[in-house]
Design a protein around this ligand. Structure first.
Ligand code: 7TS
Length: 403
């Protein structure tokens, strides 16, 4: 069989090794292709060493591989320079870094930060912590009936005191893709900085930070076919220069005396201690893997699978699908009349489908939807149409067996 994106699952040992199980929890984490697993194995078995410090061949090789991943990451999101790519442990870590450093530098009591009602807890709680510490006020863009941001209300939220707007590019519950570029332009017209949570978007669409013009952007390696424990914070260089460091320790300093320290240059100022070298190497391999297909092909393939899934669930009797935004990614959250979502999810697992049930770490959104717990299917290009058709049939016939 020719290698095409329709049979990309063949690149994933866990998928070929479990042909009777359908993995539809890609928004939580993605599976890893063989090339990513091999890159990590090669690092540990071929040239494992700490970066920067070692004057030996393995140290040099590890440093080269670590920095090469930074170069690949910068190119992947079209960042102008590798100095703007900070390696973190994931989206959550990236946003905590951004929130802490931004608020220490720019927030005074009474200043305002705008968030949205559809944020994952990791783009909400770090701002709550900083707002409490610095006396900032949080404001929220509400969502409409269709699960989109209410931009008319946003018009009323801006004030002289607004300093930053932080929003997700794609909701991890509704699948809604937000008009980040337009909102960023609105924010900049008022001198407001913008942080984008791109955890769900970078793995599934072409994200170009220069086109979006956002000031900060966060994402995770494990949601884009790379390993856990590695993530990225992109920032505009001028802004990153102005922000104070987040964590102190080795590598992030230029000089240290007992009285005080001077910071290293970008990006090292924000990378204290031994980084996740294997994670960065794995992320670089994941980017190579995605580039091998091309993000346009990924998007096209996932749009077809999403249409099948979303239209299919909409057509099922007794099911409610949450979110009707026309601009959406491959995420579908739903409930079945008369069934608890955890029971439905366990039932689906027994039938060979991995989905997720709960509030999906977006408690305020779940409350707003009036569905504290939903079942969520999330697709990737490595899923097959048969899997989705089989899931829809299983949902349709789920009946007395469920209780
Ligand atoms: N932002 C969004 C929009 C997310 O979907 C997630 C994780 C995060 C941030 C946090 O990413 P992390 O890698 O730091 O954990 N979302 C999910 C999910 O939907 N199910 O499990 C994790």
């Amino acid at each position: 069989m020719n290698r095409t994106i329709e049979n990309a699952y063949r690149d994933f040992p866990i998928l070929t090794g479990n042909p009777d199980y359908s993995y539809l929890d890609n928004a939580a984490t993605t599976q890893k292709p063989a090339s990513v697993l091999e890159a990590i194995q090669e690092y540990y078995s071929g040239y494992n060493a700490n970066v920067y410090r070692a004057i030996h061949r393995w140290g040099e090789e590890a440093t080269r591989a670590y920095e090469e991943s930074r170069t690949k990451t910068a190119a992947f999101i079209n960042a102008p320079s590798t100095r703007q790519i900070l390696f973190t442990s994931g989206t959550t870590d990236s946003i905590n870094l951004a929130a802490s450093s931004f608020c220490r530098r720019f927030i005074s009591p009474g200043d305002e930060i705008i968030l949205t009602e559809m944020e994952h807890h990791s783009n909400l709680v770090p701002w709550q912590i900083q707002a409490e510490h610095h006396g900032a006020v949080l404001r929220f863009i509400p969502i409409t009936e269709t699960g989109e941001l209410d931009l008319e209300v946003l018009e009323t939220l801006w004030s002289e005191k607004t300093r930053l707007l932080a929003l997700t590019q794609m909701s991890n519950v509704l699948g809604t893709v937000n008009p980040v570029k337009e909102i960023t332009a609105e924010a900049h017209a008022r001198g407001v900085k913008v942080l984008v949570d791109a955890a769900q978007s970078v793995p599934h669409m072409r994200v170009d930070v220069q086109d979006l013009d956002c000031d900060l952007l966060a994402f995770s390696g494990h949601k884009m076919y790379g390993p856990t424990g590695i993530g990225v914070l992109y920032g505009k260089e001028e802004l990153l220069q102005e922000l104070p460091p987040y964590r102190g320790g080795g590598e992030m300093i230029r000089t240290v005396t007992l009285e005080g320290s001077e910071w290293n240059e970008l990006p090292h100022k924000f990378e204290a201690g031994t980084p996740n070298i294997a994670g960065a190497v794995g992320l670089g391999a994941a980017i190579d893997y995605l580039n091998g297909w091309g993000m346009e092909a990924v998007e096209k393939r996932e749009a077809a699978l999403t249409a099948l899934l979303v239209e299919g669930i909409r057509g099922l009797k007794g099911y409610t699908l949450y979110g009707r935004a026309p601009e959406r990614g491959g995420i579908a959250a739903f409930c079945r009349e008369g069934s608890h979502s955890h029971d439905l999810c366990s039932y689906l697992d027994s039938k060979g489908f991995a989905l997720r049930a709960g509030h999906h770490c977006a408690h305020p959104l779940a409350s707003k939807l009036g569905a504290l717990s939903t079942v969520r299917a999330s697709v990737s290009f490595c899923n097959r149409e048969e899997e989705i058709i089989h899931l829809l049939e299983t949902l349709e016939t789920a009946g007395s067996e469920l209780f």
